[in-house]
Design a protein around this ligand. Structure first.
Ligand SMILES: [Zn+2]
Length: 68
């Protein structure tokens, strides 16, 4: 890995981290997750999630984007 650490990635946002109990830089990405809603209709829905990972403690949180 020869990745330069001099400049942060564009996907870095300062957000509140409940684990650190502080505002820390987070790496944010969008992830499509397939989830099954109910067993009776064996239909899978693909939901976009906003995944933010705390760069300090490494905990990531996924938040469904369709939830208003
Ligand atoms: Zn954290």
């Amino acid at each position: 890995m020869s990745k330069s650490r001099s400049s942060p990635p564009q996907t870095e946002f300062v957000e509140e981290c409940p684990t650190c109990d502080a505002h820390t830089p987070h790496e944010v990405s969008i992830e499509i997750r397939t989830e099954s809603r109910k067993r009776e209709n064996a239909q899978f829905s693909r939901e976009p999630y906003r995944v933010s990972r705390c760069t300090r403690c490494g905990v990531d949180r996924a938040q469904r984007m369709n939830d208003a």
